[in-house]
Design a binder for this molecule. Structure first.
Ligand code: ZN
Length: 464
């Protein structure tokens, strides 16, 4: 096979869809955590039970396939993937094989177009619990609560060329899922299997199973690439151990043919109605790229800020709420610069932050009204990111309101000027830094609660 990159990565990503009920029965997908309580004869595969497809799951999957620029199949066809394993009580998994719901799509990642081979629907297997850990446990427990939950599998072509790119791809996919409103990061997870090979070893491919989330994917692939460089590579399936940070051999790879796929006789092909599909397409919201362009045009914010904000669903949510109350440029600046800086400092991903959006916006409002200074707003935001506080109350309790009494500020300015004659002289001689020094003295006197720009202007006027 011919590849242009030294590292070749393809992903199979399993997305849990946020439907209320399972894919082929009416058991709830969420709720009781007591094992084996959200089950019925259909999801347990009792003889004689008949599956029925969840319409919402079809809708969600078709929306995803459309947003990923796929061609949508004319018919929805399900097959049985036969295998014996305790996580599948029927001894087969209902999936799509011969004809996936979507094919030939792509995601644009900066300048690179990552091709999507297929998007198909399938049911989730049960969860296997190994008390004490895999390899140590003397027995395995099975919880069928998850069994039958709707999954959408997104399979890429081997177009990714680094662990960072694989991470960006997953992040971008999660953003799309959130824009579509078919995925809730508090309830649903995204798991990936990754195919990886390197040029040095003749592109012999290993598959890494069960990598959860975009941070893990980067770690797992970085490890696996190093491993391949320094050892013999054979075609096999490996498992990722997030705790130890290593991959280890599971089995030599079976081929898809080994699963003996057959059409599911209980599920007749469903015609995908073109008018239904048209309606569905019209319901797809504005995606990040388009939104970013609109922000620049409509709100006159920097293209760079618009790009960062729209690529994170939680940030667009805040921005769109904020622009109803404050100047968009101010909102964009505080989200892009300050909020992200503080999140980074606390090692919190914007997609996972628990920020109280209303409180963040009231902080911006106070800033806009000049009731607090930039300096105070930064400090309060640092607190708000890690703790749900009532911003107004917090500011009042800690006496952080800006000093807006011009008499008081003027007094501070005059004092600072009188106390620093040398600095005043230097400023008059053209040294701008000396002015900043005097401003600093006033800020100290006001305990950081004066507006620095305002102070600077006042001092200039007094010295004149
Ligand atoms: Zn069920």
């Amino acid at each position: 096979m011919k590849f242009k990159n030294d590292v070749v990565i393809g992903l199979e990503i399993h997305v849990e869809l946020n439907t209320k009920t399972k894919l082929f029965c009416s058991c709830p997908t969420q709720g009781s955590e007591e094992p084996n309580t959200r089950v019925c004869p259909i999801c347990l595969g009792h003889p004689g039970s008949k599956p029925k497809v969840n319409k919402k799951a079809i809708e969600y999957s078709a929306k995803l396939a459309t947003a990923l620029n796929c061609k949508i199949a004319k018919e929805l066809i399900f097959s049985r993937k036969s295998y014996f394993y305790p996580d599948m009580s029927k001894n087969f998994q209902i999936t799509q094989y011969e004809q996936p719901l979507g094919e030939d799509g792509f995601i644009e990642l900066g300048k690179n177009k990552i091709r999507i081979k297929r998007v198909h629907m399938e049911e989730d297997p049960a969860a296997l619990i190994h008390p004490g850990g895999i390899g140590i446990a003397k027995y395995v427990l099975v919880d069928y609560n998850r069994s039958g939950n709707p999954l959408c599998e997104v399979v890429t072509e081997p177009d990714l060329s680094s662990p960072e790119e694989a991470r960006d791809f997953m992040k971008s996919l999660i953003t799309i899922l959130r824009y579509l409103g078919i995925f809730d990061p508090e309830k649903n997870i995204v798991k990936a299997d990754a195919n990886v090979s390197i040029k040095e070893k003749g592109y012999v491919r290993a598959e890494i199973k069960n990598i959860t989330g975009f941070r893990e994917i980067e770690r797992a692939l970085a490890y696996e690439i190093e491993r391949q460089k320094h050892s013999d590579v054979k075609q096999e399936t490996r498992s990722w151990d997030a705790e130890k940070g290593i991959t280890s051999s599971l089995r030599t790879k079976e081929t898809e043919e080994d699963y003996g796929y057959i059409f599911d006789p209980d599920l007749v092909p469903i015609e995908i109605d073109t008018s239904w599909l048209k309606k569905l397409k019209s319901e797809i919201p504005e995606m990040p790229e388009k939104k970013s362009k609109r922000y620049v045009k409509e709100y006159k914010i920097a293209a760079d800020d618009a790009f960062v904000i729209t690529n994170e669903f939680s940030l667009t949510e805040i921005f769109e709420k904020a622009v109803k109350k404050v100047d968009p440029v101010l909102a964009a600046r505080w989200i892009r610069r300050e909020l992200i800086r503080i999140l980074n400092y606390n090692k919190i991903d914007p997609g996972e932050m628990k920020l109280n959006k209303e409180q963040f916006i009231s902080l911006l409002v106070l800033l806009k009204q000049k009731k607090i200074t930039d300096n105070t707003a930064q400090k309060v935001l640092e607190k708000l990111v890690v703790e749900d506080i009532d911003v107004q109350k917090y500011i009042a309790e800690n006496k952080l309101e800006a000093v807006s009494d011009s008499g008081v500020i003027d007094t501070y300015c005059k004092e600072a000027i009188a106390e620093n004659p040398k600095a005043v002289e230097d400023y008059k001689a053209g040294n701008e830094n000396s002015l900043n020094f005097i401003v600093g003295q006033v800020m100290r006197k006001s305990k950081g609660k004066a507006d620095a720009r305002d102070v600077k202007e006042r001092i200039r006027k007094i010295i004149k």
